[in-house]
Design a protein around this ligand. Sequence first.
Ligand SMILES: C[S@@+](CC[C@H](N)C(=O)[O-])C[C@H]1O[C@@H](n2cnc3c(N)ncnc32)[C@H](O)[C@@H]1O
Length: 215
Amino acid sequence: MQLKFLPSFVKRKGRITKKQTQSLTSLSEFSVKSIQEVEYISKQFDKCYLEIGFGNAENIICQATNEPSSLFIGSEVYMSGIGTLVSNIKENKINNIRIFSDDIRLLLDQRPKKVFDSVIIICPDPWPKEKHHKRRLINKSFLKMIHDFMKDDSNLYISTDWENYAESISESFKVNKLFKPSSHKPFQKDSLSKFERRGIEEGRELFEFNYEKLL
Ligand SMILES: C[S@@+](CC[C@H](N)C(=O)[O-])C[C@H]1O[C@@H](n2cnc3c(N)ncnc32)[C@H](O)[C@@H]1O
């Protein structure tokens, strides 16, 4: 099968618990499959956030709980993380999270609609070896893709603990001129994510990008 995009993730099966497997049976209740669906559901909320690669779902759960009047779309391919999120949604009766359980580029490969007020990407897979740089999610063409789905004056937040990735993200912003640096962080970030914590424990610096969409 010919893949449309070079995978930006390692499809880890990981250890999946019984609880996560059980939760995954109700994934469809909380799933979105198209941008039209996102647009339709978002009309019931004040704002619409997109978190790409939510991992163990710590951040999206925290943000969605703090801001119940906003809709949070979480995108992830990692099944145990998706299972954790579904079980939290059910246990805590969270009604403002929906899940796109596939490569985000498949959602963004549809006719653009300006639906997102903020897009959040915390520690995208770094692909540190040079021969793998082409697998990195954030590049010029991805920024163009995401730009088309963001509302005017919306925000994009990215963090990475890999200096070389930070340099290439910075370069991508510079060349495509679709965003400008902003002093505004689109969400209140009270704690570090699992991968941010790991990077700092391993002695790496955390680089953050707050950008605002230009028309
Ligand atoms: C390094 S982990 C970071 C997880 C979490 N944000 C954190 O900081 O703890 C990157 C995550 O992005 C997900 N990911 C990578 N490419 C993706 C894509 N194209 N669409 C959706 N998720 C993706 C991976 O499955 C992985 O769980």
